[in-house]
Design a protein around this ligand. Sequence first.
Ligand code: ADE
Length: 244
Amino acid sequence: MKCDILTLFPDIVNAYLKESILKRAQEGKLLEVKIYNLRDFAAGRHKVLDDYPFGGGPGMVIKPEPLFKAIEHIKKDGLPRRVILLSPQGKTFTQSMAEEFSREKQRVVFICGRYEGIDERVRLRLVNEEVSIGDYVLTGGELGALVIIDSAVRLIPGALGDERSADEESFSWGLLDYPQYTRPREFQGMRVPDVLISGNHKEIWLWRRKEALRKTIKMRPDLIKKIKLADIDKKLISEIEGEE
Ligand code: ADE
């Protein structure tokens, strides 16, 4: 995945990208990120980026000129790019969008908005897609860009160090995660379920599938409606219903 991030706060973005899996992914050339400071594209000695909204109202609006200048600068290598604006008005980000970003061959430009918003002409002329990471309002788009990059990069083969980790997790089944345990076998009187120590892979798979179904039915019944249940799932669900 290759991206350009346009932000007023490069340090916020850099702090996250320079640690852990995203750091390793960059070292391994699975992820390439260039961070641009929007202020570098502001005009005049005072580098003013925002102004009062026409028509009045609270807050400030990011002016069009610095964003047009920055995007022109970023695009000057002539490579095709997908320009994403992070905002609460966008399409809500999902795991299937993360999968799509993880396979993206074009460079992706993330515009991180701040203040009350950006001049509409940026949307009209420069932005290909607007994405929101959820129905709440953040102080800026930086966390949104990082959420997209983080969730996409961990799906790139090799990024997690263990090829199987991402597609064996139960979220890729469309369900919430099953419970995980590690040593010790007994902790403060709580024992690890025997089946996980049995070495019987078929039984372990069934237990995990059942517990993932149980958790999803309880916490996110909306997700159950979206997945295609196999016959075994229907059997496991009727067992769960019998137990509750
Ligand atoms: N900027 C402010 N709120 C946001 C949200 N919910 N998603 C993405 N970018 C944002």
